[in-house]
Design a protein around this ligand. Structure first.
Ligand SMILES: CC(C)(COP(=O)(O)OP(=O)(O)OC[C@H]1O[C@@H](n2cnc3c(N)ncnc32)[C@H](O)[C@@H]1OP(=O)(O)O)[C@@H](O)C(=O)NCCC(=O)NCCS
Length: 156
C-alpha cells in the first residue's frame, strides 16, 4: 500500500538521493548528473518555502513532490519516483496532491519545467504545452514548459 505524507526536514538528504536516483532513469551521463546535483538538492529551508509530500511503501520513501508559489502561480519544482516504483501510479498520486494543494493555496495555474522524458506524463495528466524554458543547469538546453489551468480542474 502506498501512503502520502509530509516528510521531516531531517529527511532532506534521503530526498536528494531519491531525486538523483530517479533523474538517472533517463540515461544521462555522469557529467550531467553532477551538473544537476545543485538543482536536485533538497535542503531543510525547502520546508519553509514550499510544500513537500512523499509517497511511502513499507516505511520506504518511493516518491516525492515539491510545489513552490509565486503569487497565484504554483510551480511543480520536483516530482521524482524511485526507479523501482515507476509505472505504479505514484507519479499520478503525487501530481494530484500537488493540484489539490495548489488549489487550496489559491493558485490559478500550475507550471512545470519538464524533463523531456517526462513531458508526455504531464500531458497525460492534463497539462498543456506552454513553450520552452532555458535549462538552469546546461546552457543552451531547453526544456518543455507545461501548465495546468487550475480553474478548469476545479470546475471539472
Ligand atoms: C515522470 C514520472 C514522475 C512518472 O511517474 P510514474 O509513477 O511512473 O507515473 P504513473 O504510473 O503515475 O503514470 C500515470 C500515467 O502516465 C503515464 N506515464 C507515466 N510516465 C510516462 C512517460 N514518461 N511518458 C508518457 N506517459 C507516461 C502512465 O502510463 C500512466 O498512464 P495511464 O493513465 O494510462 O495509466 C517518473 O517517470 C519519474 O520519476 N521519472 C524520472 C524523474 C523525472 O523525470 N521526473 C520529472 C521531472 S520534470
Amino acid at each position: 500500500m502506498t501512503r502520502l505524507r509530509t516528510p521531516e526536514p531531517q529527511q532532506a538528504e534521503i530526498l536528494t538521493a531519491l531525486c538523483l536516483r530517479s533523474k538517472a532513469v533517463w540515461g544521462y551521463g555522469e557529467a550531467f548528473s553532477v551538473a544537476c546535483r545543485p538543482a536536485l538538492t533538497v535542503t531543510e529551508d525547502d520546508w519553509k518555502q514550499s510544500d513537500i509530500q512523499v509517497a511511502v511503501q513499507d516505511d520506504n520513501i518511493v516518491g516525492m513532490v515539491q510545489v513552490m508559489y509565486h503569487g497565484e502561480v504554483a510551480e511543480l519544482d520536483k516530482l521524482f519516483v524511485d526507479p523501482a516504483a515507476l509505472g505504479g501510479g505514484i507519479g499520478r498520486r503525487l501530481f494530484d496532491w500537488s493540484v489539490d494543494t495548489a488549489l487550496r493555496k489559491g493558485a490559478k495555474v500550475l507550471t512545470i519545467d519538464a524533463d523531456p522524458g517526462a513531458a508526455d506524463f504531464y500531458r497525460r495528466l492534463g497539462a498543456i504545452d506552454d513553450g520552452v524554458t532555458a535549462s538552469t543547469v546546461i546552457p543552451g538546453r531547453f526544456l518543455p514548459k507545461l501548465k495546468l489551468d487550475l480553474a478548469s480542474v476545479r470546475s471539472a
